[in-house]
Unconditional design. Structure first.
Lengths: 718, 194
């Protein structure tokens, strides 16, 4: 039976219901039995296999592609390259306000802008045939001198670049020189983070075909609306003639958008008039999947002996490609976390002959918080003040740059709760004084923040004749638990048990919706679902009879979200870490980590905890393991695969806990803020600060490799 | 295609016999995924670096991307599709579900196959790199979290679900530690409805 009783006020955190109660994933059984099918696993008759050929030079032009021999090889159907590919249209911005990734403008010219640039696609009957032919394809190049060496003093940097969020790239207030000169305590240090890669466990995969006059794309991506929109623009198609689906996605972290492989598959499917699948190899994902730029960040802090900041400057430089400017907004965190009389932040980028970097879990905040929260720890040390007390003394009342009030800011509650659970009060602040056998022990802490936002989305809710309900929304579940969260949100909004709700996602035919990105997916989608549920309940209250096709209502949150007042809206958190450092071998082991977060209302505690722990695991991995190294001679990566690029494994991840404090967003219908990214923020700084506490040596360059620990122990620079 | 580049092979998979003709270059993983429509085994790297393609060969865990299909003839192959007993999930699968031992799910079949074989290895008394007493006559070491982490380290998970995977494996092994159960807020909050 359909219930039609009016519900409790939206946003109430006390309403009993499904939201706030732990639920296992609705697709969980499919995932543990191997029946959940990912993009490259859905069968199509007449399927052909495409294999991309990537450039071996870092800069120059293609002289010729010798495809004659390859076309004669067994099973080969076609070879696409700049000499025969159709034109695509690249002059547009997508739904999230950014231009297409340069690699999507595939086979449009003979220029080679980096090692691993796609120069051809070989299509064959089987993947083995396609691979052998692709590896046999001879491409002649005209090689030019390249520059892939990222340095903090690189001359050719471009300043005042707009960032993705239209945020001013430089913010500046007060007299920096005067405040620094008047500060009895000054910290002036440079911090660096290396090139880092997403390495989703599922490599990018797509199948494209033409079906009944429509382009039908089965893809692994973070937003079907986004991908359908970009393919529509690139190929100048009617929006109604493009359908993109992405049922299960094996990780995204910012890398799964339109890139070369989807464009290649569409080109080939059009040329051959049959379905074509293109799957990136693991090594290809390192060239074509995007990455987080290395950063060089200078922090200048001036404070009184009481630790109160008078001057705060955060200047960040990252690398971008010669094709497009991607700014890693590392100084953004400083615009939110702390204030000072003189306050300056800048994000700059320098173009090199490298692939275009992109969003990667907590873009800006992840590397930025390492620098900022390490510098705060150094200031605490020099002032002789506890690091948490230092943050208490520098807690701003309003946005340091914007001057806007905070929606809610429970950073100090996170530190208080975390300090109690971690046992911070018993900490001896002196570094290098605790030893357990060959291990030096230390603890560290750091603050975290990440913006909370909502983007207009649409949803359709159907009351079915059998008393069940179906939610349709072009959401994406990239491992976040979105499908389950939206089931709980729908259930509560309709006041029915979740068992009567079926949520269908990841189909662009469901109408426009936000991507899984920017920690804004679940909030944006839940808003649309809640709005539709309200109207559906009104409809059901008027009409008890449900026709065979059900009763469907649609929502669009454009107006509601447009009416939000301007505020500083963020999730916050406090990170704690205990490490053991062997100064004989240089090994650093994290012994335990604790994160306490103020991140809005928690929809599903079971999966939310996984999100937070996942982010913290990324932070540990960033602190100790991850580093992609470019060979200056070839311009390519050294060991661009999962053996050469180290991410944390089971044995690296110790006891780790994530908790949260009550922090519902009063301006969100469900109280959600967003939790996907804040878990990584500050985690690497907490580990680095703990390494200082253990050893007495500051590590300002990530990752904290054994050789760096050994150099530090020898008295050389870390 | 020249006749010498392919062969007919008979594979025993999850108790069933499959006969097919494969290109000699075909790995066991590709034979499963592309030829037999058994896509539960995942391709994460194709180089034996990530563990997502882990299957059991005669009960031993193996990365199927480094195994040619023609070389798997005569072996008992168990994939994720064969781990459950009909509709009844294997205790490891059930524990992954309850403990949220996954996020995107792509490494999950490999993690589960690996855990099933790992528990058998442990029961058979095999030591690991963190085992204290490795004498042949020593009893199997207690299956501590540290032992589980060490033994599962061939299976990468980029979502960072390790903490919950260890909890799940521990639960399935029936050796869940008291500490793991008693972690305050998190245990209260995450008591899941299944």
């Amino acid at each position: 039976m359909t219930t039609t009783t009016p519900g409790t006020a939206a946003g109430s955190t006390t309403a009993p219901g499904a939201v706030g109660t732990a639920h296992t994933r609705v697709e969980g059984r499919d995932k543990v039995t191997g029946t959940a099918r990912y993009a490259g696993e859905i069968p199509f008759t007449e399927l052909a296999h495409g294999w991309l050929v990537l450039s071996t030079i870092a800069r120059g032009r293609i002289r010729s592609v010798d495809d004659t021999t390859v076309l004669a090889m067994p099973g080969v159907l076609t070879v696409l390259h700049h000499g025969n590919a159709p034109r695509v249209e690249g002059d547009f911005t997508s739904m999230i306000g950014v231009p297409p990734d340069p690699s999507a403008l595939l086979f449009q010219h003979d220029r080679v802008p980096h090692v691993g640039w796609p120069v051809a696609l070989v299509v064959a009957e089987t993947s083995e045939q396609a691979r052998e032919a692709a590896e046999s394809l001879v491409v002649h190049y005209e090689r030019e001198t390249h520059d892939v060496a990222f340095r903090s003093d690189h001359r050719d940097d471009r300043t005042n670049l707009p960032t993705a969020g239209d945020e001013a790239d430089v913010t500046d207030k007060g007299d920096m020189a005067a405040e620094l000169a008047a500060s009895p305590v000054v910290v002036d240090e440079e911090y660096t983070t290396p090139e880092e890669h997403h390495t989703t466990m599922e490599p990018h995969a797509v199948t494209a075909r033409w079906e009944d006059g429509r382009l039908d794309v089965v893809d692994s991506n973070q937003g079907t609306t986004w991908v359908a929109g970009e393919l529509t623009q690139l190929f100048s198609l009617d929006p109604a003639s493009v359908r993109v689906r992405s049922e299960h996605v094996g990780g995204g972290f910012g890398s799964k958008r339109v890139r070369a492989h989807q464009v290649a598959a569409v080109m080939a499917a059009s040329a051959l008039e049959r379905p074509v699948r293109v799957v990136l190899t693991r090594r290809q994902t390192f060239a074509l999947g995007g990455y987080r730029s290395p950063t060089a960040q200078r922090l200048r802090l001036g404070a009184g002996t009481d630790g109160r900041l008078r001057a705060l400057e955060h200047d960040s430089l990252n690398q971008t490609s010669t094709m497009d400017t991607f700014v890693e907004p590392s100084a953004g965190a400083t615009r939110v976390m702390y204030d000072a009389e003189a306050h300056r932040t800048a994000n700059r980028a320098v173009p090199l002959d490298v692939p275009t970097p992109t969003f990667m879990r907590a873009p800006g905040e992840a590397p930025g918080s390492f620098a900022l929260e390490s510098a705060l720890d150094e200031l605490a040390e020099r002032c002789g003040i506890d690091p948490i007390e230092l943050r208490v003394r520098n807690e701003p009342e309003r946005g340091p740059v914007s001057g806007l009030p905070f929606g809610s800011r429970n950073l100090l509650a996170c530190f208080r709760e975390g300090a109690e659970q971690f046992g911070w009060a018993e900490r001896d602040p002196r570094p290098g004084t605790r030893r357990e056998g060959r291990w030096l022990l230390g603890t560290g802490t750091a603050g975290a923040s990440f913006p909370s936002g909502a983007v207009p989305s649409t949803a359709a809710l159907t009351a079915e004749p059998d008393g069940s309900f179906t939610t349709r929304i072009a959401a994406a579940d990239i491992g976040t638990g979105a499908r389950t969260a939206l089931t709980l949100v729908t259930a509560d909004a309709l006041e029915v048990p979740p068992e009567r709700v079926r949520v269908r996602i990841a189909d662009s035919d469901f109408g426009p919706a936000m991507i899984a990105g920017g920690s804004m997916g679940t909030r944006s989608w839940a808003w649309a679902v809640t709005a539709a549920a309200g109207e559906l309940r009104e409809r059901l209250a008027l009409n008890a009879d449900i026709p065979p096709e059900g009763i469907t209502v649609r929502s669009d949150t454009t107006e509601a979200i447009g009416g939000l007042s301007a505020k500083e809206r963020h999730s916050f958190g406090a990170q704690f870490a205990e490490v053991a450092v062997d100064t004989g071998s240089g090994e650093v082991r994290v012994r335990r980590m604790l994160g306490v977060f103020a991140a809005g209302r928690i929809v599903n505690p079971l999966t939310a905890r996984s999100q937070f722990l996942g982010g913290m695991t990324w932070g540990l991995s960033m602190a100790l393991h991850e580093e992609a190294t470019r060979d200056e001679n070839t311009g390519g990566l050294v060991g661009g695969d999962l053996a050469g690029y180290h991410i944390a494994s089971h044995a690296d991840v110790p006891s780790m806990e994530a908790h949260w404090v009550d922090d519902p967003d009063p301006d969100d219908p469900v109280g959600i803020k967003g939790i996907g990214e804040v878990g990584i923020v500050g985690a690497a700084a907490a580990v680095a600060n703990a390494v200082w506490h253990a050893t007495g040596v500051r590590h300002r360059d990530l990752p904290i490799r054994p050789d760096r620990v050994l150099s530090a122990a020898d008295g050389r620079e870390a | 295609m020249a006749p010498s580049s392919s062969s007919a092979v008979t594979l025993r998979i999850n108790g069933e016999t499959h006969t097919l003709t494969v290109d000699h270059r075909t790995t066991l993983l590709d034979a499963l995924r592309e030829r037999l429509d058994m896509t539960g085994s995942k391709k994460g790297c194709d180089h034996g670096q990530c563990g997502a393609c882990t299957v059991l060969l005669d009960g031993r865990r193996t990365v199927s991307c480094l195994q040619l299909a023609v070389a798997a003839e005569g072996r008992e192959i168990t994939t994720i599709e064969g781990v459950a007993d009909g509709e009844q999930l294997h205790p490891v699968q059930q524990a992954f579900l309850e403990r949220d031992g996954y996020q995107c799910g792509y490494c999950t079949p490999g993690q589960i196959c690996s855990a099933v074989a790992m528990l058998a290895e442990h029961e058979a008394g095999w030591p690991s790199a963190v085992t204290g007493d490795v004498r042949p006559e020593a009893a199997p070491p207690p299956l501590s979290d540290e032992e589980i982490r060490e033994r599962m380290s061939g299976n990468l998970c980029r979502c960072g679900a390790y903490v919950s995977i260890v909890r799940a494996v521990s639960q399935a092994a029936g050796t869940e530690t008291k500490a793991a159960n008693a972690s305050g807020v998190e245990a209260r909050d995450t008591e899941a409805r299944v």
